[in-house]
Design a protein around this ligand. Structure first.
Ligand code: NAP
Ligand code: MG
Length: 480
């Protein structure tokens, strides 16, 4: 049976038929998934509601934790197969896919440990009163995740949601979701009760839109484009339901002359090439102090010219873009930059072994990019790095904060006071000093402001986003 719709621990099929799954590495179909629609989503939401009320809410938190831990162990036991599947489906190099699978397991491990440590508090109030704040699950949570990191996103949303005591309906992207199907199956094999985790594959405009508009959900998390983020927020608002939005960025790394330039160059290259630039927290702008512009650009050019994109199995610096539309979008940004007369500093290449039909582009660095050029302000979501120059701390902050986004930033300097001034001045949800984590570890709260969205995922902060509070006020003086 073609997989894709998992409701009440059973694979089911949709009346709408199915969809081809293509590997970006060669453009060839290698599987099919269900094309879920509104009716499938409503059945999944109903199953999640039943499971919330009848099993998951009643299960002791430590038992939920044990289950999540068992899931993490099973993921690690299947690391090789999941890695291969993820690499093939997304087109990313094997080594990146391996990190993603390990991270997915780590999300389950981390949130397993947190499941029985979520608790409320008491608050001092008037005499003869006792006030308790209960920390409770939200209920049924819908998750719409994108194609760039399916396995990581699965861990980040589902593990946190389940640990918080919610039941879930997940809509992965039809452009890459094969690992999420196996991960959901693993969760069931580990013992997850029926209906606690439901999955519906399909198009965003059908299954995704139906999930965010469903009156049966209590909360929604969305990761993807700002445009669809707006639609999701509008849909949830109609049902008076909250949502978190993780929408991408145009994140800067700022390099001062006193920095370790070798390391800064290395992180500049990795920060843009990770996942072929298709990372919300990609370090897509490098801001370089005027005093080191030539020296830094020379070092960057030398390092970048050997960069190669190739098929996932070749395991090079980066892979193919997710599909032909994304390749066209990236090429449009490159063409526009050239038409505007922006200098191309260096170009990497595509491996000679890369299969025909794959969605490859040459990784490229432009600079200096004018502050108001599209390349300086808009998210490309491809291996296109933008170099800009600055003269002072204030100038660097103006450029760094000069986009509608605010997700992640990197600061390269050995001056401790400057590190702190810059970190405080930058609009971003995460700031790395003398390093760049592209989203950072599982433990680190992550999310942005402005066009990057709102709300936090990862860490305990992300867990609390998926809970709510109930304030109980007990008057105990016994008098009328
Ligand atoms: P997208 O359309 O926002 O897709 C993200 C997710 O939303 C997918 O699961 C998609 O499903 C679903 N979706 C689409 N339309 C929907 C709707 N009306 N209601 C609910 N869900 C819906 O993003 P994209 O078109 O794949 O990529 C476009 C741009 O978005 C990229 O170039 C990049 O700039 C940005 N992006 C950012 C991130 C991030 O990590 N922040 C991730 C991906 C893309 P289907 O894919 O199945 O249609
Ligand atoms: Mg695919």
């Amino acid at each position: 049976m073609i997989q894709g719709i998992l409701i009440d621990n059973q694979w089911q099929s949709s009346e709408l038929g199915d969809i081809a799954v293509v590997s970006p590495s060669d453009g060839q179909e290698f599987a099919r998934i269900q094309r879920g629609g509104e009716a499938d989503v409503e059945r999944a939401v109903y199953a999640a509601r039943q499971a919330f009320e009848n099993s998951w809410e009643r299960m002791p938190a430590f038992e939920k934790g044990r289950l999540l831990h068992a899931i993490s162990q099973r993921i690690l036991a299947e690391e090789d197969a999941l890695t291969e599947l993820e690499a093939r489906d997304t087109g990313k190099p094997i080594k990146q896919a391996r990190v993603d699978i390990q991270s997915c397991a780590r999300y389950f491990e981390y949130y397993a440990g947190a499941a029985d440590k979520i608790h409320g508090e008491t608050i001092p109030f008037l005499a003869d009163y006792q006030v308790m704040i209960l920390r409770e699950p939200l209920g049924v949570v819908g998750h719409v995740i994108p194609w760039n990191y399916p396995a990581q996103m699965f861990g980040r949303t589902v593990a946190a949601s389940l640990a918080a005591g919610n039941t879930c309906v997940l809509k992965p992207s039809e452009d890459a979701c094969m690992s999420t199907l196996r991960l959901a199956e693993i969760a069931i094999e580990a013992g997850l009760p029926a209906g606690v985790l439901n999955l519906v594959t399909g198009y965003g405009t059908e299954a995704g839109a139906a999930l965010s508009a469903s009156p049966g959900i209590d909360f929604m998390t969305f990761t993807g484009s700002p445009e669809v983020g707006t639609l999701v927020q509008q849909a949830t608002a109609a049902n008076h339901v909250g949502c978190t939005l993780e929408l991408g960025g145009k994140s800067p790394q700022i390099v001062f002359p006193d920095a370790d330039l070798e390391q800064a160059v290395e992180f500049a290259v990795r920060g843009i090439l990770q996942n072929t630039g298709q990372t919300c927290s990609a370090g897509s702008r490098i801001l370089v102090h005027d005093d080191i512009r030539e020296h830094f650009c020379d070092m960057l050019t030398r390092r970048f010219e050997s960069v190669r994109a190739g098929a996932h199995g070749e395991d090079l610096d980066c892979g193919a873009l997710i599909h032909a539309r994304q390749k066209d979008r990236v090429l449009r940004f490159i063409d526009t930059a050239k038409e505007l007369g922006i200098e191309q500093l260096v170009e990497g290449g595509v491996s000679a072994q890369a299969p025909e039909g794959g969605f490859y582009v040459n990784p490229v660095v432009f600079g200096p990019v004018p502050k108001d050029a599209p390349l300086a302000k808009e998210e490309v979501f491809g291996p296109v790095l933008c170099v800009m120059f600055f003269t002072s701390e204030d100038d660097a902050l103006t450029i760094a904060n000069g986009t509608d986004y605010g997700l992640v930033a990197g600061i390269w300097t050995r001056d401790g006071a400057r590190q702190m001034r810059m970190a405080k001045g930058i609009r971003a949800g995460q700031v790395f000093i003398n390093g760049y984590g592209a989203g950072g570890g599982i433990e680190l709260p992550f999310g942005g402001s402005g066009k990057s969205g709102h709300g936090r995922e990862k860490g305990l902060e992300g867990l609390l986003e998926l809970t709510t509070t109930k304030t109980i006020v007990l008057r105990h003086d016994g008098r009328i």
